[in-house]
Design a protein around this ligand. Structure first.
Ligand code: ZN
Length: 155
């Protein structure tokens, strides 16, 4: 060690690395994403016992523990159950998203569960619980949840 580093305390910082990986989405999620990509259809699964409709679709009903064999097409319109506003950039927000970002918990008509997604084309101070919204699809769809670009208010 050269003399210029004598007496300098070694500092250690904790950090994380980004590790890209691939995983199989499974047959239920794959069907959901293919319908979004190819047909702009939002599909949920329905429990044959309690009749609950799940969006995002679930393979098995968490209450009845039986397979959800029926698929239901949802309109793409629904109600905001809750929301939050991010006013700073952080890792979970894609770099191309404009800050502030609004996330909404959206229950589509005909579904019994809610989907977490972006709300846009609305100012944060104008978002309300109970607000009616509809899905806006991305122009380029890749078979992912962001094939829905965002939800916007129904006028
Ligand atoms: Zn059930």
């Amino acid at each position: 060690m050269s003399d210029q580093f004598q007496g300098i305390e070694p500092m250690v910082y904790q950090s994380k690395i980004n590790v890209p990986y691939s995983w199989w989405a499974g047959d239920t999620a794959s069907k959901f994403f293919i319908k979004l990509r190819d047909e702009k259809k939002i599909m949920g699964t329905k429990c044959p016992s309690c009749n609950k409709v799940f969006l995002p679709p679930r393979k098995v009903c968490p209450s009845c523990f039986i397979e959800n064999t029926e698929w239901v097409s949802l309109s793409g319109e629904g109600t905001v159950l809750s929301f939050t506003v991010a006013r700073r950039q952080f890792a979970a927000i894609p770099q191309d998203k404009k800050i502030p970002v609004i996330w909404g918990l959206i229950k589509l008509d005909g579904a019994d569960t809610a989907l977490l997604h972006y709300l846009d084309e609305v100012r944060p101070e104008s978002v309300e619980i109970g607000m009616r919204v509809k899905a806006v699809f991305s122009d380029t769809r890749k078979g992912a949840i962001h094939d829905i670009s965002h939800f916007k208010p129904v006028k």
